[in-house]
Write a new protein. Structure first.
Length: 121
């Protein structure tokens, strides 16, 4: 996931999580970073889920790619985009076209509220 301009961008395979966010776009999630018991950060955020399509999906994928690019290890780890700009299954998979349940969904959560805590000893 990537935070940019008051929104969090992410992607996921179509499944229970995506179906639930589509049915009820008011969402809440938690992000944790724990180095050890004396050094941690937690953020809880609320927002509105939006599935991205077309140009918005391309812009969202660019936002994610700029965050993930330093972590990529090779050309097979890079995302491949479909005609609508959303990520596809790996082109190295046996089936070149993803089935509907394998389709990657690019989304944005427009944050409406957030809170957090931390510990530094």
């Amino acid at each position: 996931m990537r935070y940019s301009d008051g929104s969090v961008y992410g992607h996921s395979a179509t499944g229970t999580k995506v179906r639930m966010m589509r049915a009820n776009p008011a969402v809440c999630f938690e992000v944790e970073r724990v180095d050890d018991q004396g050094h941690w950060q937690i953020v809880i955020a609320w927002g509105i889920f939006e599935q991205l399509h077309g140009d918005e999906a391309k812009a969202g994928m660019h936002t994610l790619a700029t965050r993930l690019a330093p972590m990529l290890t090779g050309t097979t780890a890079q995302p491949h985009l479909g005609p609508d700009g959303t990520p596809l299954a790996s082109p190295h998979a046996h089936d070149s076209a993803p089935t509907p349940h394998e389709r990657q969904v690019l989304f944005r959560i427009r944050l409406t509220e957030k809170t957090g805590r931390f510990e530094k000893r």
